[in-house]
Design a protein around this ligand. Structure first.
Ligand code: 13P
Ligand code: SF4
Length: 337
């Protein structure tokens, strides 16, 4: 007899998640917390997740912190509340664990902008160059990469490469251009970008700054150069959060995905956080990929232990080398989750 789960499983490829109705009378937070204990599961969430997912997570962090946690956890199941490349990274770092992603279609425009076969051809033009890939890329791209970086450690990673070596940086041209400026290194850039960080309006931010002259404008390095030029502070999500805690300003215009404002408000309840506006009236400062995860999908995913991230052995073996190299340089430079 075909059951509800079989029907849901058969639609997994199409939908990216188990399409099962959740009993509306359930207290999902209680259910999720119970399953964490019963199944020895850990929930890792990125700052861009919905607030209610962040509130139920065991660890909330940026891409680097999440990788470090995924590598060190003793839990049997890693439930990744983030996007596909992050869950793949967790699987590569801790392949014996079951890694769940509530919605397999939670992708990333940056990762999508750099298909491995195209990059392979591009790389052949620069045979002596070191390939540095932003962690926001597919597992397959990582197999073509010498060392990864995140927005937290990117400068340290570039500076760890001998100055006589040429560098290809993929896939984010904005982060790449920012790093060229910061490190003075000449790098060949892949032409990719994040759909969320490319949408901020210089004109609207300028107006906001005029209306809020005391506010500090903080921006993520995935933003375009003309946005970064206006910023009082540039950093990864965790660095932006830290800045808002340590800086004496009472208000901040936040130039990254708006989900992080939840942690900023929790950490500094008396400060005001204004999301930087996009060029049009959409909610484009919310990542549609990150936002595919919901509390319901998280609950279903933990209950049925699906969808699971499965990677071929050769991808894990070859792809994790560049992540291990990154973690080693990060540890030596003092980056801790
Ligand atoms: P960080 O987590 O490194 O700040 O990067 C932000 C991002 O875009 C993740 O997708
Ligand atoms: Fe990818 Fe941008 Fe979404 Fe981050 S915010 S997951 S870089 S599309």
């Amino acid at each position: 007899m075909t059951g509800v789960l079989d029907i849901a499983k058969s639609s997994l490829n199409r939908n990216g998640f188990l399409d099962i109705e959740v009993d509306p009378s359930l207290d999902l937070v209680v259910e999720i917390n119970n399953m964490k204990k019963e199944k020895n599961a850990i929930i890792l969430a990125h700052y861009y997740q919905e607030s209610e997912i962040q509130d139920v997570a065991d660890y909330i962090g940026d891409s680097l912190g999440l990788s470090q946690k995924a590598e060190s956890t003793e839990a049997d199941i890693i439930v990744f509340a983030g996007v596909h490349f992050m869950a793949e990274t967790a699987k590569m770092l801790n392949p014996l664990k079951k890694v769940l992603l509530p919605d397999l279609k939670a992708g990333c425009s940056l990762a999508d902008s750099c298909p491995a076969p195209m990059f392979k051809k591009f790389k052949e033009k620069y045979p002596d160059h070191i390939v540095v890939s932003y962690i926001n890329c597919t597992a397959e791209l990582k197999t073509l990469t010498d060392i990864c970086c995140t927005s937290s450690n990117a400068e340290a990673i570039i500076n760890s490469i001998p100055t006589d070596k040429g560098i290809i940086f993929a896939p984010d041209k904005n982060l790449g251009a920012y790093l060229i400026k910061k490190t003075g290194r000449d790098m060949v850039l892949w032409n990719g970008a994040c759909m969320v960080h490319e949408i901020f309006s210089r004109e609207k931010i300028t107006k906001l700054m005029h209306r809020n002259p005391q506010a500090k404008f903080i921006a993520h390095p995935e933003c375009e150069a003309h946005i970064l030029d206006m910023a009082d502070f540039i950093g990864s999500t965790s660095q932006m959060l830290k800045y808002t805690q340590q800086n004496s300003a009472a208000s901040f215009i936040v130039g990254t995905e708006a989900g992080i404002i939840h942690q900023m408000e929790l950490a500094s309840p008396n400060k005001t956080f204004i999301p930087a506006p996009p060029t049009n009236n959409c909610v484009c400062n919310e990542c549609p990929h990150m936002k595919r995860n919901t509390l319901e999908k998280l609950y279903i995913s933990m209950k049925y232990e699906l969808p699971e991230i499965i990677l071929e052995d050769w991808v894990i073996e070859k792809g994790r080398k560049c992540i291990d190299s990154m973690l080693e340089v990060s540890a030596n430079a003092g980056f801790k989750a």
